[in-house]
Design a protein around this ligand. Sequence first.
Ligand code: HEC
Ligand code: HEC
Length: 158
Amino acid sequence: MRTARLIACAALALSLPARADRLPVPADAPPAFKAECASCHLPYPPALLTAADWQQVMAKLDKHYGGSAVLDEKTRREIEDFLVRHAATRSRMAGAGDPPRLTRSEWFLHEHRKLPDRTWRDARVSSASNCSACHTRAEQGSYREREIVVPGFGKWKD
Ligand code: HEC
Ligand code: HEC
């Protein structure tokens, strides 16, 4: 019984539901993930890109979206393994771009389709990758609707 429930939970965790508002950094994250991948931006949830995408991101750290985030091979490998372990399996979560962006996946665009175009251009947002501009508790991995405040728009009500 217990085992069955555990398996059911694991299956649920692997297939991110359509509305997922809790995306904390998984507990088995190597310390290097927060040290190296949360210094310039928040630690992006591994479940928001596919394994193939993460492999591309991690293979191109010297060309990291116009900058450089190069790591020694041992650390790079450790972080890649972690990201791949928790990666999305659904094709809707596949990113786009080179390296791929999670802010261009079909899932991301769908979740954010109701936002007026001008909000993305607001100087306080500047980039869709700046999750905490609207998700006030994104640093804690929380994306609940009642925590959303969109610059120039205010508290979000669906
Ligand atoms: C310009 C503001 C803004 C930015 C930037 C933004 N979001 Fe959102 N996000 C929203 C709004 C508003 C909604 C709710 C949309 C709706 O209700 O239709 C939302 C919804 C979500 C949801 C669904 C929550 C749920 O209830 O299921 C997740 C997850 C999410 N965003 C993650 C992110 C991540 C990760 C980033 C950064 C890579 C990001 N968002 C950037 C405004 C933003
Ligand atoms: C030196 C600063 C820096 C470091 C360190 C860094 N990044 Fe980035 N990252 C950036 C910048 C700059 C962008 C592009 C932001 C934008 O265009 O809005 C970015 C974008 C991203 C994106 C795409 C977000 C989107 O738009 O969908 C991902 C994914 C990402 N980083 C993952 C990582 C991972 C994983 C690590 C650790 C191995 C890491 N980053 C380390 C600076 C950094």
